[in-house]
Design a protein around this ligand. Structure first.
Ligand code: ADP
Length: 264
């Protein structure tokens, strides 16, 4: 068969669409290969440590202090593995539309305060301060408290991870046209424009050295969307990142009840 001329030219627009599709397939295969390699690494590291410590402790002869340190490490690494497996299970549930939510009234300001307590110790290691700021007192939404907690834990966890030492992370709440808006604002390493378009893609990481699976933001965004909300990110390299979550304001809220009378 003789092909006359440049087939790409002959195929015209269809040719460039096919080229684009082929490039996308190559790219998504590469992303999946990277994912398998990073997840294997993420699983192997804690398992190696658990194996090492359990063999050491099994050989006996350790004093109570050393035994306590070993047991502590085994327990911490096991928790890390459970977290990782839960992340994979959540991701697969979301992919298959099988994530079930238990909906009730959730007060977002209270929830953010809880998050701060949860990540406080981790932030303290980097001398990072966490601050909740709000324009008002009540930010009620209708949602699954545990899943919303997961959303903000993941965002604040990322903010701490990519913050510089001694910086401040602000969790800012406001109400905007029927939405509760919660911003997680850090002044960390930031993300350049090209990568910013891709960080919410599943498996994607700007830098694979720091661990993680690249699933966190993909899961977070899908959880927000399951709550009829939306997640947006703005960032500037070297300046910092703001992730903004908007959830429908729970309308018709009764005013907060008066303080209960003091019991005699
Ligand atoms: P992982 O679970 O691996 O952290 P995520 O989906 O949560 O994956 O994040 C994907 C990537 O987005 C991270 O690896 C990081 O490169 C980038 N990223 C996320 N949040 C921030 C942030 N606050 N500042 C800078 N980079 C961030």
């Amino acid at each position: 068969v003789r092909v006359e001329g440049d087939y790409r030219y002959e195929l015209g627009e269809m040719g460039s669409t096919l080229n684009y599709m082929a490039e996308e397939i190559v790219r998504s295969n590469q992303i999946k290969d990277d994912f398998i390699s990073s997840i294997s690494h993420e699983l192997r590291t804690p398992l190696t440590s658990i194996k090492g410590w359990s063999e050491t402790l099994d050989s006996g002869g350790y004093d109570p202090d050393e035994t306590r340190i070993g047991m502590g490490i085994i327990s911490k690494e096991t928790e890390r593995l459970i977290g990782l497996v839960e992340e994979l299970l959540d991701f697969s549930k979301l992919q298959q539309n099988e994530m079930k939510l238990t909906m009730k009234r959730v007060e977002l300001r209270e929830l953010l305060k809880e998050i701060v307590l949860n990540v406080w110790a981790k932030a303290e290691l980097k001398k990072v301060k966490l601050r909740v700021e709000s324009d008002g007192d009540y930010f009620p939404v209708y949602g699954d408290a545990n899943r919303l907690k997961q959303v903000f834990l993941n965002l604040v966890d990322n903010a701490v991870k990519f913050s510089h030492e001694s910086s401040v992370i602000v969790l800012h709440l406001s109400i905007e046209d029927g939405w509760v808006r919660a911003d997680v604002r850090d002044s960390g390493i930031g993300i350049d424009e090209e990568n910013l378009n891709r960080v919410k893609d599943r498996f994607f990481q700007v830098n694979t050295q720091g661990g993680g699976t690249g699933l966190g933001l993909a899961i977070t965004q899908q959880l927000v969307e399951l709550h009829e909300g939306r997640l947006d990110m703005t960032s500037e390299l070297g300046v910092g990142t703001t992730v903004s979550v908007k959830l429908p304001l729970l309308e018709g809220e009764p005013q907060p009840e008066a303080e209960p009378a003091v019991q005699p």
